[in-house]
Design a protein around this ligand. Structure first.
Ligand code: GRF
Length: 212
């Protein structure tokens, strides 16, 4: 499958995806285009360094314009990797079941409007929760609400700050997200007419990397 990625920031998840599809699972899919709402996003520099075509999304609420860019790239799967804007409804509709996001908490906890970046981890710490984690989900027309594809728990340690927790969660994101994207690209996980995710992602090798 031809995969397009949207990213707003540093692009470490994009990098994990680029590495996965270039070196680990070359036949699972191909990243063909990376778009960002910010022309200066380091994510775009990472894409350029990998020889991937990039584009800037000038009007983030203009679904038709975004669809034009995705159509020009012949994108079949759309992957959000730290994309901070709401994806317009026409794009969500066109990519139903082929649009994924990664979120740095165990949704539905600590998700929704305004819950991004350090804010998520600060809220987890303020709640006293002893566990956080990562969620990969299909995207619908609300932030962080679509059908869950897979989750991976991450422990909260007693002396954590939002930065140390964010770093631990980010490592798990880098491991989990490419496996989920590959599973959807291969048709092993699908979004059913019932609005639920069907099929499973094989996470066996994550057990060797992380305790849960
Ligand atoms: C990640 O924590 C992701 O879950 C969230 O934003 C962060 C993006 O990091 N949506 P990066 O740009 O992939 O490094």
């Amino acid at each position: 499958m031809r995969i397009a990625v949207l990213a707003s920031g540093g692009g470490s998840n994009l990098q994990a995806l680029l590495d996965h599809f270039a070196h680990v699972d070359e036949n699972a899919g191909e990243i063909v285009w990376v778009g960002s709402n910010s022309a200066s996003a380091p994510a775009l520099a990472r894409a350029t360094a990998a020889g991937i075509a990039t584009g800037v999304i000038v009007e983030t609420t203009d679904g038709d314009a975004i669809l034009k860019q995705l159509t020009a790239a012949k994108a079949e799967l759309l992957v959000l990797a730290g994309y901070l804007k709401l994806v317009p409804a026409p794009v969500v509709r066109a990519f139903a079941g082929r649009l994924l996001n990664v979120h740095p908490s165990m949704l539905p906890a600590f998700g929704g409007v305004g819950m991004f970046g350090e804010r998520v981890h600060s809220a987890v710490l303020a709640s006293g929760a002893r566990q956080s984690g990562v969620t990969v989900h299909f995207v619908d027309d609300a932030f962080d609400r679509g059908a869950i594809i897979a989750q991976w728990p991450v422990p909260v340690l007693p002396d954590d700050t939002s930065s140390t927790l964010a770093a631990r969660v980010l490592c798990a994101e880098h491991a989990l997200y490419p496996l989920c994207v590959a599973a959807v690209a291969a048709g092993a996980v699908t979004l059913g007419a019932d609005g639920r995710s069907h099929g499973t992602v094989n996470l066996a090798h994550l057990d060797t990397l992380f305790t849960r």
